[in-house]
Design a binder for this molecule. Structure first.
Ligand code: PEP
Length: 252
């Protein structure tokens, strides 16, 4: 299966910075065919980035959306608006949305269903906090998030699962340690087992489960080499063309 490497720029990059990034990054990844590369910029520059990425091997995603197509929802953006400006992917259920904006599994589930209905591929984030991990609750948390966020989803093939252990997310700290390849692989395998239970073996095997949490040039190769890690969601290291290109080129 083709690995997916997605950049989550979070609330970073102005229009000018984004144009400069893309000019450099396009050159660095020209000719990369084995990985599907996606950039998820902030809403204000999604359309600009869309134009800059035309005729390249880089796809576009958004970092969030609301589940309704239109209406009185001040400050929100709908799936049809994202589709219209060229988004193929949308990150949903990121731990920062859960923590700072009170998103819960039930809301995330509505967004997943709506994204799929509107032809957007969700990158659904799941992952345990440090506290949950130390209490031995990792598997329970992952199972709960997966079952509830994927409720009533009929077909999993267009969904990407991002395993993002919250304790490994850099929040801008380049020295933050990622999960070890063994710990990440164990959770990816567990996630695949849950998917198998709900959607069947074939669907579970063909669903991409990508890793996120301080993935960077120094550790990308060993993480991406693991059998159940099918790509990466990259925050901090995706903000510079050189480091993001190095992660992209670390695919197995
Ligand atoms: C993220 O939060 O989606 C992420 C992967 O961040 P970072 O790579 O900075 O840990």
């Amino acid at each position: 299966m083709q690995q997916l490497i997605a950049a989550n720029w979070k609330m970073n990059r102005t229009a000018k910075e984004a144009v400069s990034f893309i000019k450099k990054f396009k050159k660095l990844v020209k000719g990369v065919k084995d990985a599907e590369i996606v950039i998820c910029p902030p809403f204000t520059i999604v359309e600009l980035v869309s134009k800059e990425l035309k005729n390249s091997n880089i796809k576009l995603g958004a970092q969030n959306m609301y589940f309704e197509n239109a209406g009185a929802y001040t400050g929100e953006v709908s799936p049809i608006m994202l589709k219209e400006i060229g988004c193929e992917y949308v990150i949903l259920g990121h731990s920062e949305r859960r923590e700072f904006f009170n998103e819960d599994n039930s809301l995330i589930n509505k967004k997943v269903i709506s994204a799929l209905k509107n032809g957007l591929k969700p990158i659904l984030c799941v992952g345990e906090t440090f506290e949950q991990r130390t209490q031995g609750k990792t598997d329970d948390v992952l199972e709960d998030q997966l079952i509830n966020c994927l409720k009533d989803v009929k077909e999993i093939k267009d969904v990407v699962i991002a395993y993002e252990p919250v304790w490994a997310i850099s929040r801008g700290n380049p020295n933050q340690k990622a999960a070890t390849k063994a710990d990440a692989e164990e959770s990816h395998l567990f996630i695949r087992k849950i998917l198998e239970g709900v959607f069947g073996k074939e669907s579970a095997i063909s669903t991409r489960i990508i890793y996120g949490g301080s993935m960077k040039p120094e550790n990308a190769k060993e993480l991406l080499a693991m059998p159940n890690i099918d790509g990466g969601l990259v925050g901090n290291a995706s903000l510079e063309p050189k480091s993001f290109a190095e992660v992209v080129k670390s695919i197995k």
